[in-house]
Unconditional design. Structure first.
Length: 495
């Protein structure tokens, strides 16, 4: 469509989590103009980077639901997309463990559901076999799920968005959507920074999708925020846990129970808790919950090395089921009755990370393109932006070669994670133009190690000033409201 002031688009997507970014990437392969509007200063700041990073196999979704369908299709596409973009993932398998005999029927139910969904090679095994597969784990029986895996959730979301950006999608970061005005030809999307116009509108705003939907659809259902807190164990523990270990499910649980999950970077996650809260932006980590997490983990893993806890974080589930119901609702993905070119995605909770590529394919192929035959771009017009390989993990000869080509590879900036100056500069020059310390951290892994930045932060600050032109008042952690050195810390008339 004619782009009057750089603000007219065929499609406007609200929210740059993994779902919005997957849709943006899918659309970037077609001849159409696409904008993504995101209130954060980077992509993936919501649930998409604050989860377990598990590639679900499909045992936890009720057969016949959209959750089951998109989990199964999403897993296949996700692996394909990770291969294309070099996003770290591993099909390491998972155990769901019964800690008491009474929990075994729960495993059988999962096995039945999984088989109905088409999950291969499910087996109920003895406690001894489970302990052989994953030493250190104690249980009476377990369901072995070999097709489950892990992926780096923030790398995935950033990689999808950056790949979409290099293929023409325009990202409007730091733009909070505040209003939508439906018109004859297009929707006018009003943000706190200005307006955008889109002939199609896709609402993938995560926990805020319900309130965004209600701007044009008073019947859209509410969402209930439910927090999940995690503990992070140092990479030193990584070798000891090679697959995810989940407890047998409880039907009323709003999550999948406190589990143990290795990450693609070699850490281990313990969590999440599940607690309904009032504030959809809730992301605190609390001491009582941390204690509870360790207590629950100890039942399955008696020797959990508590001294290796190096951090904590929390994510918010976008639940359609209220606190008194618990459990899981099914995804709502539909056109808005009064405005069919506005597509609402509501209640995209777990396994939304796994399902995202399938949701993207469905929204574009089965809804938008049935009316709007955007032409596929020829292959020569498509650029693939691959996630950088970690210098630390390269074979010695390759490291030597890179250092001889670029001395920046020879300068280690972050000792804990072995990150080089070259990797930090690469992160700094990201195609989304993200300029936050968290943005550099998630792209390069600096400050993610045991010292939490104690060693590398001053060196990074120095480098960002010299090479990136950052000034003391432009250093922010996640965005304008988290200044690192200069900024308002007290609100009020005298501040
Ligand atoms: C604790 C927890 C564990 C999970 N574990 C797994 C797992 O292991 N495997 C799995 O497959 N799934 C898992 N999930 C589910 C998965 O993380 C989510 O389904 C998925 O991330 C949802 O992505 P999204 O893009 O819809 O939402 P989000 O990632 O929340 O993105 C929505 C975006 O919209 C933006 N936004 C909101 N309002 C506005 C506005 N007004 N204007 C502009 N932008 C706006 C937000 O800033 C945000 O970036 C887990 C979820 C949680 C919370």
């Amino acid at each position: 469509m004619a782009n009057r002031d750089g603000r007219d688009f065929d499609v406007v997507i609200i929210g740059a989590g993994v779902v919005g970014s997957a849709i943006a990437r899918y659309l970037s392969r077609y001849d159409c103009s696409v904008a993504v509007v995101e209130k954060g200063s980077d992509v993936g700041g919501g649930a998409s980077s604050r989860n377990s990073g598990v590639i679900h196999a499909g045992i936890n979704s009720k057969p016949g639901t959209l959750r089951a369908r998109f989990c199964m299709e999403g897993r296949r596409l996700l692996i394909d997309w990770c291969d294309q973009l070099n996003v770290p993932y591993e099909i390491c398998g998972k155990l769901v463990v019964a800690r008491r005999e009474e929990e075994i029927p729960g495993l059988e139910r999962l096995k039945r559901d999984g088989e109905e969904n088409g999950v291969p090679d499910l087996r109920i095994i003895s406690g001894d076999e489970a302990a052989r597969l994953q030493p250190g784990i104690r249980c009476v029986a377990a369901l072995h799920v070999p097709s489950s895996g892990i992926v780096s959730p923030y790398a995935l979301t950033i990689a999808l968005a950056e790949d979409a950006a290099v293929n023409g999608v325009v990202f409007f970061l730091d733009n909070r959507v505040e209003g939508i005005e439906p018109g004859e030809e297009c929707f006018v999307v009003r943000t706190d920074k200005g307006i955008l116009r889109g002939r199609w509108l896709i609402n993938s705003a995560g926990i805020h999708a319900g309130e965004i939907a209600r701007l044009i659809d008073p019947e859209a259902p509410p969402l209930y925020p439910c927090v999940g807190e995690y503990l992070i164990l140092d990479r030193l523990v990584g070798e000891r846990i090679s697959m995810s270990v989940y407890p047998a499910p409880r039907v009323d649980n709003a999550g999948l129970g406190v589990h143990i999950t290795p990450t693609t970077e070699g850490n281990v996650l313990l969590g999440p808790s599940n607690e309904y809260v009032a504030d959809p932006e809730e992301s605190r980590s609390t001491r009582p919950t941390m204690k509870r997490l360790l207590k629950e983990v100890r039942v399955m893993w008696p020797d959990v090395p508590e001294s290796l806890v190096i951090g904590a974080y929390a994510g918010v589930r976008a639940k359609l089921t209220p606190p008194d119901a618990g459990g899981f609702g099914d995804y709502i993905i539909r056109r808005t009755p009064a405005y069919p070119r506005a597509i609402q995605l509501i209640g995209i909770e777990s396994p939304g990370l796994t399902a995202a590529p399938a949701i993207a394919r469905y929204v574009i192929d089965d809804i938008v393109r049935t009316e709007e035959p955007f032409e596929p771009k020829p292959d020569r017009m498509i650029a693939i932006r691959r996630w950088p390989r970690r210098f630390d993990e390269l074979p010695e000869e390759e490291k030597q070669r890179l250092v001889s080509e670029d001395p920046d590879y020879g300068e280690i900036v972050c000792r804990c994670e072995g990150v080089t100056k070259h990797e930090v500069l690469h992160a700094l020059r990201n195609p989304l133009g993200v300029k936050t310390l968290a943005g550099i951290k998630f792209r390069s892994r600096v400050t993610m190690g045991r010292c939490n930045g104690g060693y590398c932060l001053p060196r990074i600050v120095d480098m960002l000033q010299k090479e990136g032109g950052w000034t003391s008042d432009s250093f922010v952690l996640r965005g304008p409201s988290s200044p690192l050195f200069v900024g308002r810390v007290v609100e009020g008339e005298d501040a």
